[in-house]
Every structure is written in structure tokens, then in C-alpha cells.
Design a protein around this ligand. Structure first.
Ligand code: BGC
Length: 714
């Protein structure tokens, strides 16, 4: 592929978002035509003004020096006798600039040379072929786009004439060794939402409310005079006074500036994206109405496979918020947030949420690609950067880097495919070897720098890192990763004696060092979750007591939160788990719901009950990490778990509560639909309904049943 194509770039500055064009004739009877294309930047290609494919933000986001995805489109139907191929290029993630968190990357990527590489193969009825590859015969021009990037948005002038820039020139870098076929899911435009209201704020601003925090773009359909300007600003929330607020976007400008043409026109920018619920109209052509605007959601094309259905309205809303958190942040890479000058593939966030994610949507292909990205970024000494693709040159942190063991293992559990384990096995071992080689105390992981139980509530308001000890967290995840390698090795039939022994050593050293000293909810949760205590009943009782002492309130951050309800249930405290789950006052999962949230907040106290906002330096309202609680809803509340990897056998163990009338889950396993619902009938009895596509066991009211595929009622 690409033997006849060269990397080409605009002869002038890249800032203007060049368009590459090539005209050609088809003179013989055509049988088929395919276009293979990729870019250093993001591109949208068209043939004779018809868009090729529907992948937005193609070619997606990888470490472009090491891996760059190539898309191949069948374009047979788009060809005529005389043809023009056009390729619009913009910076995309290739020109992503860093901010305060990426000192050494700052403004480095921004100046990277953007380029396009494509090859059109025409196959004729007589069996001959013609190949048109990108080269200096392509022309370049600008029109419309004055500016476009990921964080700062776009400026488009519809009155701008098509201005030739000259013939394309060869890019300096002609390397093609990093090219790979499209590996991940493509990104597409999804739901279209109309404004649910127009707000005039106390400051006099005109703000459209789309009713849902999301990731996407704004499509406009309007009639205007040439030269009239539409300018929009984006926000996730209104402040306590009801005014437009987006200081939490930090340096990301998120511009949307559109200079109108004469007459009726439509426009939808998809070479950038915005995270928003509210849109402020800063300038607009006369006569504009809310109906001119449509919010168009963008995310990776993922098939929904699971849902939680309950009569508890706030819990139902929480689940919707979890789905929206996932949709908003699964944009080729699992990102932390979609709005501020960050939007990065934080490994810790990805690993804490992956189990819930894999129930909600089919994420196998999405994660296979991202885990390959991760492996490509693993350092020579085995260390794994905290964001993938690597953009941040800071800490090699426990629980973040452990995404390398946790994510493949979860994919195996959900989908039953051993390939993902085989592909990542070496990377897992190299990661754990890194810890063994760098720790300052044998059997523990000491001496590292970590993010800790990020955002736990043992820190004062405005401080991100709480009191759970770094060495305890790091050692717990060291043990967990070593244990997972042992399990992966068994599945793959590999010799893992060394890692099994390591797991035992780390476990014993953990117990000697930390048993009896647990100081936070998270410390106890991790000891229980990873089986690192000889006295789990005692530790669980201490955890329950600690939660009571804390006022029946959750205090955990990113690391304790995904597991806390699981360990409570495992040791007989399901009622307390439901108390935490259904609590509506701050701090709790339902508190943001009572505050009108439509996504998961980064902080338990993103907005305090008094209306105070968490400092703008670190405050996202679309961060999925705490949405990990959804996996407890599937696995414990509804009670569907894989008894064998890939759900070839299922274990049902629903946990009803008198606090909710009914709850259930549906999950499309690789073998068919599994359902588990419970409800209280009028006589106060619990009715269970279970459907299994494969042989299963069910634990209902203390009795165990063996089930063959089918539907059951208890
Ligand atoms: C991100 C987090 C991430 C963290 C690392 C933040 O800036 O938004 O979600 O995991 O840094 O501690």
C-alpha cells in the first residue's frame, strides 16, 4: 500500500487548514475503486463534493510517530467521468498543544508538520488498474477555515473565496513505517438534540440549554446576510447565580465563530469537538431562533450491550449519567474529560471504569486499539506513562499504569477472548518487573510518586490528594498486577511460577506492614478487594464502623470508589452498600443527580450544597471515574456475573433491597441476552425474573439453582 503515494503538505502555513485537490478522468469502464488515506492531522475527504465515509476526526488518535491508522473506503459509487478528489486537513490531535500539565510537550506538537497521504486505486473491467497517489501534482487551496484545532475550536468564514495556495509540496518526513490498518472503532456523529430552552441570565446573556452535558458539535441551519457573524461559547454548567460559567475549561478557548454567507445555509464543524450542555450566543445574525441550532453528539461507534432499569428515578438518572459519561469520553481513546485543555487518555480513569464500560457497550475493539497504543508507549524499563497516547511527562503512578494488567483481564472476563491476553502478556510482565526493579523495599512498592486515591474526601476542599498512603496503594496494586499475571499465565499455558511467588511475597509483606494500621476507607477497601488481609471479616467490620463514624458517607476517591460497594456486599454489609448508593445528600452518587447533573462529575463536591464551585483549575462535570458504580448495579444489585470468562456460564445472584421497588439489568453477552430483574409484589414478597442464554447457576434467597438456557421466575 502507498507504493505510489508520498506524504504531501501545503506549500504555505498550516494554520489555514489546507484543502488538497486532484482532478482526474475515468476513461475506461470501472469495476471498483478504493481510497486508502491517512493524515498527520485530521481529515475529511470527498469525491465530487460527496463526503467519503462517515468517520469524523479520522484517522483517530494514536502516537503518530509509532502508529498511524489508515482508512480504506470503497468509493466506486462516487466516481463519474470527470472527478475531483478533495481532502480537508486540520490539526486535530496531531497539533494538540499541552498546557500546565505537560511542560515539555507544550506547544511542541502544535508546530508539527501536518500532511496527507492517500492512494486511489481504480480497477477497470478489463482487469487493468490505475493508481493515483498523493504527490506534487495535487493542488492546495484554502476556503472557509481560518483556524481549527482540538482545544481552541474553529473559525470559519463562509464568504471566503477558494484561494489557491499552489501545488502541494513533499512533506519533510516521508516515513511510512508506522502505518497500520484501521484498528479501533471509527468515530461517528450520533444523537441530535434540540435546545430545551433559552435562558436570559442575570448578566443578560442569551444561553441555549440542550438539556444534556455531552461531547459533540453544533449544526446550524439559518438564513443570513453575507458577513454577519455567529459566535458561540460553550459551558457545562451555570454558576450559582445562573450565569454562564466556563472558567473550568482553563486555557481551551473552544471557539465557534462562523461568518455567514448570503441566504440560506447549513454548517456543522466536525474537525474539532466541544464538551458542553449550554451554548452562549455572543453574536448572531439578525432573526436567529433556537431552532437554527442542533447539538450533534460525537463519540466512537460503540454498540450498547447493557442497561439498568429501575423504578428509583434518581438511580435511573444516575445510570443515564454513567452512559453519557462513557459516550462523552470514548472518542477513539478513553479520555478523562471532553472539555478543558486536557481530554487525555488517563490510564487510571480508564482502568477504574472499564468493567462498567464493558457492560454498557461492546468495547472490545475500542480497547484492543488503545491497549496497543499503551504498549507502544511502554518505556524501555517497563514503565507506563500515565496518559496514552503519552502527552504528560509526569508520574509513573500505581493504579494508573496497572491499566496494563487490569484492562486486558477485564476484556477477557467479558468477552472470553484469549487473544487480548496473549497480545498484552509481555507488557504486563515488563510493568511488574519495573516495580520490582525500582522499589526501595523488597516486597513493597516504596519510593515511587503516585496520584494516590485521587480526589478522596480526606483532603480539604480544593486539594486533590487525600490521606490514603501512597506505599499502601502502590503495594496493593503491585500485588494485584502480579496476581493477574499469574492468572493470565494459567489461561495462556505459560510458566508464571515467578509471578505467583512474587504475588505471595508482596501479599505477605503487605500484611506484615499494613495489617492493623488502616487509616482510611480506601485503605480497608483495597486490602479487602485484593485479598491482602488474613482477617477480612474484621477489616470489613472496621470498614463498616468507619463508614458509620464518617456519618454513613463515602470518603473514597478514584481508587476506593469502584470497589467499596463490592467489598461491603462480599462481607455481608449489602444494606450499608445500599445506604451509600441511595444517599442523596453530599457526598454521594445521587447528590449530583439532585443538583441536576446529566453526567458524572469529577468531584463529589464539584458544586457544594452552598453553590460553591470546586476551583476551576481542576473541575470537570464530565468525568466518568465515579460512574464505575454501575458495575455493582449489574453484578450485585441485579446480580449478573460471568461464572466463566466470556459468560459461557453465568452466575446470577441478585441482591434486592426494600429501599427500591424494582431493579434489573439486561446484558447482551457474547452468547445472547442475559436478564435479571427483581421487584417487590403487593404481599411484600420479592419476585425474581431471570433469563439466561447459557447454563447458569442462580442464588436466590439463600438457595442455589442450576439453570439451563431459558427464562425463569422465582
Ligand atoms: C485528570 C484525572 C487523572 C488525574 C491524575 C487529572 O488531571 O483529569 O482524571 O486521572 O489528573 O491524577
Amino acid at each position: 500500500m502507498f507504493s505510489n503515494a508520498k506524504w504531501i503538505r501545503s506549500p504555505q502555513s498550516a494554520e489555514g487548514c489546507p484543502v488538497f485537490t486532484k482532478t482526474f478522468a475515468v476513461t475506461k469502464q470501472l469495476q471498483s475503486a478504493t481510497l486508502a488515506i491517512t493524515a498527520r492531522g485530521v481529515y475529511e475527504a470527498s469525491l465530487n463534493s460527496n463526503r467519503i465515509g462517515d468517520f469524523v476526526l479520522a484517522p483517530g488518535w494514536t502516537n503518530y510517530e509509532k502508529r498511524l491508522q489508515v482508512q480504506t473506503y470503497d468509493v466506486t459509487e462516487l466516481l463519474k467521468e470527470n472527478n475531483t478528489l478533495s481532502i480537508q486537513l486540520a490539526k486535530g490531535w496531531y497539533g494538540l498543544y499541552g498546557s500546565w500539565f505537560t511542560p515539555s510537550y507544550q506547544r511542541v506538537f502544535e508546530s508539527r508538520e501536518q500532511a496527507v497521504l492517500c492512494e486511489l486505486t481504480l480497477t477497470f473491467a478489463d482487469g487493468t488498474q490505475e493508481i493515483i497517489g498523493s504527490d506534487e501534482s495535487f493542488s492546495t487551496l484554502t476556503h472557509g477555515y481560518r483556524f481549527c484545532d482540538i482545544y481552541d475550536g474553529m473559525i470559519f468564514d463562509a464568504t471566503a473565496p477558494r484561494t489557491p495556495l499552489g501545488q502541494a509540496v513533499l512533506a519533510q518526513n516521508q516515513d511510512k513505517s508506522m502505518l497500520i490498518p484501521q484498528q479501533g472503532e471509527t468515530i461517528g456523529t450520533q444523537e441530535r438534540l434540540k435546545p430545551i430552552g433559552v435562558i436570559t441570565t442575570p448578566k443578560g446573556e442569551t444561553v441555549l440549554d440542550f438539556g444534556q452535558n455531552m461531547t459533540g458539535t453544533i449544526a446550524i441551519d439559518l438564513t443570513a446576510k453575507a458577513g454577519e457573524v455567529l459566535s458561540l461559547s460553550f459551558a457545562e454548567i451555570l454558576d450559582a447565580d445562573g450565569n454562564f460559567y466556563n472558567l473550568n475549561y482553563r486555557a481551551a478557548k473552544c471557539q465557534y465563530e462562523y461568518t455567514c454567507n448570503e441566504g440560506h445555509q447549513t454548517f456543522m464543524p466536525t474537525l474539532t469537538f466541544y464538551g458542553f450542555r449550554y451554548v452562549r450566543i455572543d453574536a448572531a445574525p439578525e432573526g436567529i431562533t433556537p431552532d437554527c441550532f442542533t447539538a450533534v453528539v460525537m463519540h466512537s461507534n460503540l454498540r450498547q450491550t447493557g442497561r439498568i432499569i429501575t423504578t428509583h428515578p434518581k438511580l435511573q438518572q444516575l445510570f443515564q449519567n454513567v452512559l453519557w459519561g462513557q459516550k462523552s469520553n470514548y472518542l477513539d481513546v478513553p479520555t478523562d474529560c471532553p472539555q478543558r485543555d486536557e481530554r487525555l487518555g488517563w490510564t487510571g480513569d480508564a482502568q477504574v471504569f472499564i468493567k462498567a464500560a464493558a457492560y454498557n457497550y461492546d468495547v472490545y475493539r475500542f480497547f484492543t486499539k488503545w491497549l496497543a497504543d499503551l504498549q507502544s508507549e511502554q518505556m524501555a524499563n517497563g514503565a507506563i506513562p500515565p496518559v496514552i497516547p503519552a502527552m504528560v511527562d509526569c508520574m509513573i503512578s500505581a493504579a494508573w499504569a496497572d491499566a496494563v494488567t487490569i484492562c486486558p483481564w477485564q476484556l477477557y472476563q467479558t468477552y472470553g477472548k484469549t487473544e487480548i491476553l496473549a497480545q498484552t502478556f509481555d507488557a504486563m510482565k515488563r510493568w511488574v518487573d519495573y516495580i520490582t526493579n525500582t522499589t526501595t523495599t523488597k516486597g513493597l512498592w516504596t519510593g515511587g510518586g503516585h496520584y494516590g486515591d485521587w480526589l478522596e474526601l480526606t483532603a480539604p476542599f480544593g486539594v486533590c490528594k487525600g490521606q490514603t498512603r501512597d506505599d499502601l496503594i502502590a503495594t496493593a496494586f503491585y500485588a494485584h498486577s502480579a496476581e493477574l499475571i499469574g492468572m493470565v499465565g494459567d489461561v495462556l499455558g505459560q510458566d508464571v511460577t515467578q509471578y505467583k511467588a512474587l504475588y505471595e511475597t508482596v501479599k505477605q509483606t503487605f500484611i506484615q506492614t499494613f495489617e492493623g494500621t488502616y487509616a482510611t476507607q480506601t485503605e480497608m477497601v483495597l486490602a479487602l478487594q485484593f485479598n491482602l488481609t488474613p482477617n477480612p471479616e474484621e477489616v470489613a467490620a472496621a470498614l463498616a464502623q468507619r463508614i458509620h463514624d464518617d456519618g454513613d458517607k463515602i470518603q473514597t476517591g478514584f481508587l476506593g470508589t469502584p470497589y467499596i460497594l463490592h467489598v461491603l456486599t462480599r462481607y455481608g454489609y449489602t444494606d450499608l452498600a445500599y445506604t451509600l448508593l441511595l444517599r442523596e445528600e453530599y457526598p454521594s452518587w445521587l447528590y449530583p443527580v439532585t443538583m441536576g447533573a446529566t453526567t458524572i462529575w469529577e468531584h463529589w463536591d464539584g458544586i457544594t450544597p452552598e453553590g460553591k464551585l470546586w476551583p476551576e483549575t481542576m473541575n470537570s462535570y464530565n468525568h466518568y471515574a465515579y460512574g464505575a458504580v454501575a458495575d455493582w448495579l449489574y453484578e450485585v444489585a441485579a446480580g449478573i456475573t460471568p461464572a466463566r470468562a466470556g459468560f459461557s456460564k453465568i452466575h446470577f445472584a441478585p441482591h434486592p433491597t426494600s429501599k427500591i421497588d424494582s431493579l434489573g439489568a439486561e446484558f447482551e453477552t457474547p452468547h445472547g441476552l442475559a436478564r435479571s430483574f427483581w421487584r417487590h409484589n403487593t404481599e411484600g414478597k420479592v419476585i425474581y425474573e431471570i433469563t439466561t442464554p447459557v447454563p447458569a447457576t442462580a442464588e436466590i434467597d439463600g438457595k442455589t439453582y442450576d439453570l439451563q438456557p431459558g427464562s425463569y421466575r422465582f
